[in-house]
Design a protein around this ligand. Sequence first.
Ligand code: ZN
Ligand code: ZN
Length: 441
Amino acid sequence: MKALKLKTFKIIPMGSKSTCENNLSAYALAPIDSHNYICLDAGTIINGIEKSINQYSFDDIITPHESNNISFSDSNNSDSNNSDSDDYSHPSTPIKSTILTPMSAQIRKKIINFFSVPEIEKKNEPEPDNFTDIFFGSTGNKNDNIFDEDDKNNQMLHENILNKSHEELKNIEHNVLNKSKSVITLKEFKRTHTNMSPEKYILLNHIKGYLISHAHLDHIFGLVLNSQIDDKKYIYCSNETCNDLKEHIFNWRIWPNFCNEGVEKCLNKYEYVKLNQNEKYRKIIGTKMKVKIFPLSHGNIISTAFIIKYKTQHIIYCGDAGSDNIEKSIYFFNLWSKIKKYVINETIAGIFIECSYLNDISSNELYGHLNPIELENELSILNSLVYNETRKNLSGLNIVIIHTKDSTLESEHTLNEELLDISAKLKCTFIIPIQGIRFYL
Ligand SMILES: [Zn+2]
Ligand SMILES: [Zn+2]
């Protein structure tokens, strides 16, 4: 069996579809040892946070109420001294907290039992069945199945937390066990903090910024609507996306200008950070991550691929895009050429890429999107680049399929079949996120 690769990132899909108004593309991403997320696209925010809270996907966050009763600290965190550390920036909530653990469904259930709250509703959380190559809302790692064995739970718990010794972990667990009776959940927070919903609390304190791939409505809907209640934040995007937001959205005609540029008066709540593909990685303020961009072709507009870096690992998030072949572009090729070294070095945690349509759509009806045939064409090019240097394929590479249509059971089944065909050829692992269900890469 291949050695188990440590997880580096946690992802909470706040929205995962392209056509459903309360479930549009938006992925909260944080390093596994942090509570400070950035939002990859922002189609659905508050509704997605609410669903995620109900699925206990934010259960590692300690609320101010809880912090009065719980005192274990984050001092072992190696990055806690730099300016982008996890210290909470909100002056009214001087919280020190730590993650409890990255959790499988089973472990989460055990820990929640510590906290004496109701059983997890598991209806939206199917377990990965035996060794298929597509996973729904899971980590996508076949070895996750060993979570079923009680005696291995603690071992996995330890292996999954980066840079923490067994001694440190034991301390954390000891503290959790001792303090757990006084801990309340975000759901209970709702009852104790009448002036702020838990959704808003997460939005204000734990979403540190937005990475917007392009300004189509299904990627900015939540950002625009929640700008009224949101806090000061940065919007990281290309020049093209910035111009679209300035001229066509935050222009005092469609919506007030909550940003720092564009039609006067600028309300200066959001500050654009315009990224250029020729520059080095830029820090994502308030987090421990860095970002770099590449352009993608999306019909008549330029979309964006973000490379997010934390320590040695990278996540690639591709906004909507069509294949080079159909778009008459070289943007995907340029991206694959850049990231092939990460695939070869195994420093890539996963690639988020869209698959908007099924194969029953002809190539002239894709309008700047991918279907499984075109997805396979693109992944095959990455595969060739890697194979030419290493004689290896994409084995073990996590591909997160995003921006699927809200679909019937039958069309979901068809998509799975079409993805399984690709997986059989290229040996990559496909993950299909489910709104609200946290997973790790
Ligand atoms: Zn689009
Ligand atoms: Zn879209």
